[in-house]
Design a protein around this ligand. Structure first.
Ligand SMILES: *Cc1c(COP(=O)(O)O)cnc(C)c1O
Length: 221
């Protein structure tokens, strides 16, 4: 049911990089997640709030759940008590809602700013300038219950690995620029979440710190 061989291959490849594997379990059953859990996997990613909050109730409490999909503001409260990292923050309004819900649970939620780096207009994410606008005003925003720990992006869906490489490099450069401009004094801003089943090797070469792998591990959806 799950692809253990592929899992081991990816872990082996990761040994030469400083990156984490997020197993993307969306649409896949609890049993498949349990099987990877037994192999030692702890980071899992989901892209729907409903599915994520249901699955987590049936699974071990030490799983680190990553929200990787588009997140509607009104749904933040369903995951605020337990989510480990939200990869898909692309507006101030969403960040404010995450902050509000995190505060209710007396916790701080780690977030990534999602950037639009692909050619497809259907893909989500901020422009670099929007992120700068947000971070320029950070001290006035009073967002003490969220912490921005890095960036996330999805490359164009294409066989042209040169194009993909260019987009991943762009995202890493964004992260370096933000680091220098806004996060110089902290070590926590360090994540570059990029790379999926089809392009993770390219992402690792471009400096990914988190690869999000679904179909290679769980089979096609
Ligand atoms: C589904 C998904 C993935 C995993 O994609 P695969 O091609 O199945 O590895 C990664 N990131 C996001 C945001 C996703 O929605």
């Amino acid at each position: 049911m799950i692809n253990v061989e592929s899992y081991r291959t990816i872990l082996k490849e990761l040994e030469s990089y400083n990156a984490e594997l997020i197993a993307v379990s969306k649409t896949k059953p609890i049993e498949a997640i349990q099987a990877f859990y037994k192999l030692g996997q702890r980071h899992f990613g989901e892209n729907r709030v409903q599915e994520l909050s249901q699955k987590m109730t049936h699974l071990p409490k030490d799983i680190k759940w990553h929200m990787i999909g588009t997140l509607q503001r009104k749904k933040v409260k369903q995951i605020a008590s337990f989510v480990h990292l939200i990869h898909s923050v692309d507006t101030l309004q969403l960040l404010e809602e995450i902050n509000k819900q995190a505060k209710k649970h007396e916790r701080t939620i780690d977030c990534l700013l999602q950037f639009h780096i692909a050619k497809e207009s259907t893909k989500q994410g901020m422009q670099f300038i929007e992120a700068c606008d947000l971070l320029d005003n950070w001290s006035q925003l009073d967002l003490n219950h969220v912490r921005i720990v890095g960036v996330m992006g999805m490359a164009t869906f294409t066989n042209d690995l040169m194009q993909v490489r260019k987009e991943f490099d762009q995202l890493r450069i964004y992260s370096e620029q933000l680091k220098n401009k806004y996060f110089e004094s902290t070590d926590s801003f360090r994540e570059v979440s990029m790379g999926m089943s089809g392009d993770y090797q390219t992402a690792l070469d471009s400096g990914s710190t988190m690869i999000r792998i679904g179909s290679s591990l769980f089979g096609e959806r």
